[in-house]
Design a protein around this ligand. Structure first.
Ligand SMILES: [Zn+2]
Length: 746
């Protein structure tokens, strides 16, 4: 194993910290809010000859660019009509200020053109839109409240909030000058755990202290997590996985990313006061252990190990079903490790069975975890621990915006709040989610969500699904947990963390993170509670469906105008937050969601015939969006299909749910839909860098750009066409037999 030469140079750690994170696995395929993977690889080749929508230009720009619509001739005539201000006969619907923007031509522009024209994102390089605006609004409310606790204008009796205040004040008392000072503190704190690992005598000594090390946040070669039991969804089970190499890939090679990891670990150790000669020894030994791991595990198992380790949040990433293994057999397998002692310390009991996610690791554990390899194993644990720490600091640093010219006091106040909000994110989610959401509003949203569930059930009942599949789909909707507002569970792990002036600040921050990760083991004996909030913070302006729990989350952060307003009409609220709830529910039936059953387990509940029909419907969505132009970059129909499915079905079901209220104003409903989704991308700009960023975004983001999301789902909606009298010559027209209605019978 060669050690990179750079490693032996003392790098400035601030520069290193700005580099990419190491365990940067943030894609959580059990969830759907941000990231998603599409498994279906077919269909990309079958490109639609003529996309149904030609991009999203205001009518004053389009005359010289009309070639790609459904019918070039009719499109041109529609646009000429617009350009000469001859209005079409769209009856009662009010026109916007200028005749240039008509609902029938480009609805997104019609509703949003004034906002789009008056909003400048070029100078800020940050996007603008309903979501960032609402996020900034709620962030400010939370900060104002917290600061009134800090300055004593208001008091709080909440114990965890008081702890957060202690944490905030402790940070201020450290009197740091900048981020570099904060990092220095963090790296000097590394020494304690490194020495603890280094002082272990042999495997038998290690074996006695595994639980303790785990509580300290040390990654052990034996990986374990608690999650819903695949065989009994009311209970929790232990899922075991193995170790992945840190300085090599699964084939034993060093990539650029891996040498960067070496550099990062090396300079962090150096900043912790470890001499370079020792660092070199740690690197050589860690690489040797990597080689042992590669030699004794299948590539697939190594990938699973790596994924589980990178996935920091509690719970396993479930892509398959694992075989249960008799616990006695499992715990007897490693000759040199007292597995039984470890498991009992972790969960306080002896389980009947556990799940083994990476069998090759456990089959070969007596080749991997032996005293001959002990020095190598310790080096591997040190390298992982250091990499994790660097990763946390890099994350903090990357997310903390620099403000030029601020004073030290201003910097510290801002940093104190930022770190407190991060360390106490669960506490903030529970406490401020509650404080900022009136009960009346929470009840109104719950009521709307239940209407949407009912409408969805109606939709499924009348759908092309057959017999047992239909029954399973209805049960999935019935059993879905709809979490509205904020968490109500207790986050008792905060009680275990002591905040006092003697401690080094980063270590307290890290203790909180580690206590959170370890809390899963204290919950092991408790029954599964699907009202528990997992990953989504209630203060985020976002919504989420978690497949592995069959649960939806709509937090306080998105229950605000323009998404939802207790004083707005039902039509406005259903067109806003209602369509978002419909969208999240639809993720239960997207290409990945449909692989999970009502209990959130990876089980096939589809008949062969229904699956075939599903695939055909899905391909219709793939084709409908494929090659749609967004500022000269094409959308991938395959990449965006799950989100497009959710948009179309979500709009449909919100529309049907609104009918249940008997107060329909369709103009309000559709306007609200276009407004909550207004968004201005900085990368839509007409320059070379923006084009590159746009190409990158459209190649990776599973969501279509918002103007496309709005207009195409409206083009597919019959009620929309009816409301605005859309005609075949209009931009918003699609022939009725070509419109996507995912659940409708042919
Ligand atoms: Zn989505």
């Amino acid at each position: 194993m060669k050690i990179q030469n750079q490693l032996l140079k003392a790098t400035m750690f601030t520069a290193v910290l700005l580099g990419a994170s190491i365990t940067s696995q943030t894609v959580k395929a059990d969830e759907t809010n941000d990231a998603n993977t599409t498994n279906d690889s077919a269909a990309k080749s079958e490109k639609q000859a003529v996309p149904l929508y030609n991009g999203f230009k205001s009518t004053d720009e389009v005359n010289d660019n009309v070639a790609t619509t459904q019918s070039a001739a009719s499109q041109t005539s529609a646009r000429e009509t617009t350009a000469t201000n001859v209005s079409s006969n769209d009856e009662n619907i009010a026109q916007s200020g200028t005749n240039q923007f008509k609902p029938q031509n480009d609805y997104y522009d019609y509703v949003n053109h004034k906002w789009l024209q008056s909003t400048d994102v070029d100078s800020t390089k940050a996007d603008a839109g309903s979501i960032p605006t609402a996020q900034a609004q709620i962030d400010q409310q939370v900060q104002d409240k917290f600061e009134s606790y800090v300055d004593g204008t208001i008091g709080t009796k909440d114990k965890t909030m008081q702890k957060a205040l202690d944490f905030y004040n402790l940070y201020l008392s450290k009197n740091y000058s900048n981020m570099t000072d904060v990092s220095k503190d963090a790296f000097s704190g590394l020494r304690k755990v490194i020495d603890q690992i280094d002082s272990l005598q042999d495997l038998s000594d290690f074996s006695k202290h595994m639980d303790e090390l785990m509580q300290e946040g040390v990654t052990l070669p034996i990986g374990v997590k608690v999650d819903i039991d695949q065989r009994n969804p009311e209970l929790r089970a232990l899922y075991f996985y193995g170790a992945s190499p840190i300085l090599l890939d699964e084939e034993g090679q060093t990539s650029n990313g891996h040498s960067q990891t070496q550099d990062i670990i090396g300079s962090a150790l150096n900043n912790a006061g470890v001499p370079w000669s020792t660092i070199q020894g740690i690197m050589i030994n860690a690489s040797k252990f990597d080689e042992i791991l590669v030699k004794n595990q299948s590539a697939a198992d190594i990938k699973t190990d790596g994924y589980q380790n990178g996935y920091q949040d509690v719970g396993i990433h479930r892509q398959t079903n694992y075989l249960p293994v008799n616990y006695v057999n499992f715990s007897n397998m490693p000759v040199f490790i007292d597995m039984d002692h470890f498991v009992n310390q972790l969960v306080g009991m002896t389980p009947g069975y556990v799940y083994e996610m990476t069998p090759s690791f456990y089959n070969n554990i007596n080749e991997i975890m032996i005293d001959e390899n002990f020095a190598e194993m310790k080096a591997w644990m040190i390298a992982n621990y250091v990499a994790d720490t660097s990763n946390y600091i890099a994350k903090l640093q990357n997310n903390f915006p620099t403000i030029e010219g601020e004073t030290k006091a201003q910097f510290n106040k801002r940093m104190a709040y930022y770190l407190t909000k991060d360390a106490f994110s669960d506490a903030f989610s529970k406490y401020f989610g509650d404080v900022l959401l009136p009960t009346e509003t929470k009840n109104a949203v719950t009521n709307m969500a239940e209407n949407i569930r009912s409408a969805y059930k109606e939709e499924i009942s009348n759908s092309w699904l057959d017999g047992a599949t239909k029954k399973a789909a209805l049960e999935k909707l019935d059993d879905m947990t709809m979490n509205i507002g904020y968490p109500t569970q207790s986050y008792s792990y905060y009680n275990q963390v002591d905040i006092n002036d003697d401690s080094d600040f980063y270590q307290i921050y890290r203790n909180i993170v580690d206590a959170k990760n370890y809390a899963q083991f204290s919950n092991y004996q408790k029954p599964v509670d699907r009202t528990e909030w997992g990953v989504l913070n209630s203060l985020n302006t976002n919504a989420q469906y978690v497949r592995s729990r069959n649960a939806m989350y709509i937090g306080t952060g998105i229950i605000q105008a323009p998404f939802f307003d207790i004083n707005a009409t039902d039509s406005q609220n259903y067109g806003g937050l209602g369509t978002i709830i419909g969208h999240e529910l639809s993720h239960a039936f997207d290409s990945t969601g449909s692989l999970f059953d009502k209990d959130g387990l990876f089980n096939n509940w589809w008949s062969a015939a229904d699956k075939e029909q599903y695939d055909a419907k899905y391909q219709q969505i793939v084709k409908a969006y494929d090659n749609i132009d967004f500022h000269n970059v094409s959308i991938s129909g395959q990449l965006t299909a799950d989100e497009n499915l959710a948009d179309n079905a979500g709009l449909d079901v919100a529309e049907k749910a609104l009918k249940l209220t008997n107060t329909t104003n369709w103009d309000q409903f559709f306007k609200s839909y276009a407004k909550v989704n207004h968004y201005k991308y900085y990368f839509a700009k007409d320059d070379a860098q923006a084009l590159l960023d746009r190409e990158m975004a459209l190649a990776t983001d599973p969501h279509s750009p918002f103007p496309v999301r709005v207009d195409v789902s409206l083009q597919n909606n019959d009620q929309f066409a009816k409301t605005y009298g859309v005609k075949p010559s209009d931009g918003m027209w699609i022939d009725p037999d070509q419109r996507i209605d995912f659940w409708a019978k042919e």
